[in-house]
Design a protein around this ligand. Structure first.
Ligand SMILES: *[C@@H]1O[C@H](CO)[C@@H](O)[C@H](O)[C@H]1NC(C)=O
Ligand SMILES: *[C@@H]1O[C@H](CO)[C@@H](O)[C@H](O)[C@H]1NC(C)=O
Ligand SMILES: *[C@@H]1O[C@H](CO)[C@@H](O)[C@H](O)[C@H]1NC(C)=O
Ligand SMILES: *[C@@H]1O[C@H](CO)[C@@H](O)[C@H](O)[C@H]1NC(C)=O
Length: 372
């Protein structure tokens, strides 16, 4: 906290100081973008508040409130022959039947926030994790289909309606073994900046630069589940259609065609990403985009299909999993005052050395500009 306060003072001081000579000083509020307090669960409950792995007492997990059967887990081999991977740090919590953990977070009313969290299922059954703030909630089926080294990462977004919101993670399931339930490994929050159009491009957030928090030290990409509203979404501007997620990949851990981030189409035709743009009927437009591979072991002949108005294009890309991209374009004539542009991967792909894990082509730099 000390460094943060001194940073604030330094910013205010320099703003005031510069204000004396320059024009209007602008003091931007700090944007939330990082782990929640004890969001990686590395601050342990006291030994006296643990009965073996079970946390005893509503306020015994530092910075969190717990309800029901919540276990405090250390990664690695477990009694009973299980193995729990905890890729970010050493500790995690497991939510048993109907159990939950929550934390109150200071936010700005009216802003949209995205929560990024690493989670793994621990028993063979299908597990669901419900993330909520008062009045808004999302159910995420916890699978382990998209990353090799334990723990898929998901994002979910909400719009703040008060200055303090209580964020809750709940296991709505009831299994025969009451301890069975998803493992939570790390939880971060990020305020999403309002969307702006960039000059000459009718697509909002077409470079995918506005997106969820990405864990700095270890990232398997962030899965963006379908059926989110395009305004309250961890990927503002875009609609994730159909049944399966798309994956948000970042430059630090993957190859991306440009900027800091891109989208990996990990679920074939079962997942499409779309945006509705404003157009003038009978006017011609050009849609351009980049496709490539994320340098993540995803080899093969890929095809991305793009749709705009009544036109479609299939763009092939041969991935040798070394990272690379090509540009593609499609001209179309608008039929109405709204035009939907849609992308999906025509095929399923799995990782070269790990057939259980799905992957796919990368999409970036989506632009639509009017033709003269
Ligand atoms: C620990 O949990 C077991 C099983 O639920 C229970 O029988 C025991 O009384 C608990 N011990 C303490 C000290 O609460
Ligand atoms: C990242 O790793 C460094 C060095 O291991 C560690 O000090 C830091 O706390 C880690 N950060 C997060 C957010 O886990
Ligand atoms: C990778 O895919 C290409 C076709 O895109 C194929 O020629 C090559 O043999 C594949 N490599 C491996 C190691 O499977
Ligand atoms: C697409 O729309 C244009 C303009 O409305 C029309 O002229 C054309 O015939 C349509 N093409 C197809 C394949 O439907």
């Amino acid at each position: 906290m000390g460094w943060f306060l001194s940073l604030c003072f330094a910013l205010i001081f320099s703003a005031l100081f510069n204000g004396a000579s320059a024009a209007t000083p602008v003091i931007r509020p700090p944007y939330l973008d990082g782990m929640l307090p004890n969001g990686n669960f590395e601050i342990s409950p006291k030994k006296s508040n643990l009965n073996k792995t079970v946390i005893v007492g509503k306020y015994s997990l530092p910075k969190w409130e717990i309800n029901g059967l919540v276990e405090y887990i250390s990664g690695g081999p477990q009694p009973g022959g299980f193995y729990f991977a905890v890729p970010r740090g050493v500790h995690a919590v497991r939510l048993g039947n109907e159990a939950s953990i929550s934390q109150s977070v200071n936010v700005k009313p009216g802003s949209v926030y995205s929560i990024t969290f690493g989670t793994t299922r621990t028993c063979a059954q299908d597990e669901v994790l419900r993330v909520s703030v008062p009045g808004q909630s999302g159910d995420l089926p916890v699978q382990t289909l998209y990353s090799t080294n334990g723990g898929d990462t998901y994002a979910w977004a909400f719009k703040a309606t008060a200055k303090v919101v209580k964020v809750t993670f709940h296991n709505p399931g009831v299994q025969e073994d009451p301890t069975c339930g998803p493992l939570l490994d790390a939880i971060a929050i990020k305020e999403l900046l309002p969307l702006k159009y960039s000059k000459g491009n009718l697509v909002k957030n077409g470079d995918f630069e506005i997106g969820p928090h990405v864990f700095k030290n270890f990232s398997t990409g962030v899965l963006l589940p379908p059926k989110q509203e395009d305004l309250i979404s961890p990927l503002p501007g875009w609609i994730i259609e159909s049944l399966k997620p798309v994956k948000y990949v970042d430059k630090k851990h993957f190859f991306v065609p440009s900027g800091y981030s891109a989208i990996e189409l990990v679920a074939g035709r079962e997942s499409a990403i779309a945006q509705i743009i404003r157009t003038i009927p009978k006017k011609s437009y050009e849609l351009t985009f980049s496709i490539g591979d994320a340098k993540n072991g995803c080899n093969g002949s890929m095809v991305v299909e793009a749709f705009a108005a009544n036109k479609t294009i299939k763009v092939p890309y041969d991935s040798v999993a070394k990272g690379g991209f090509k540009k593609a374009s499609l001209t179309f004539e608008a039929i109405a005052s709204r035009t939907r542009i849609t992308f999906y991967s025509a095929h399923y792909h799995t990782k070269l050395h790990d057939y259980g894990h799905m992957c796919g082509p990368v999409l970036d730099d989506v632009r639509v500009s009017p033709l003269p």
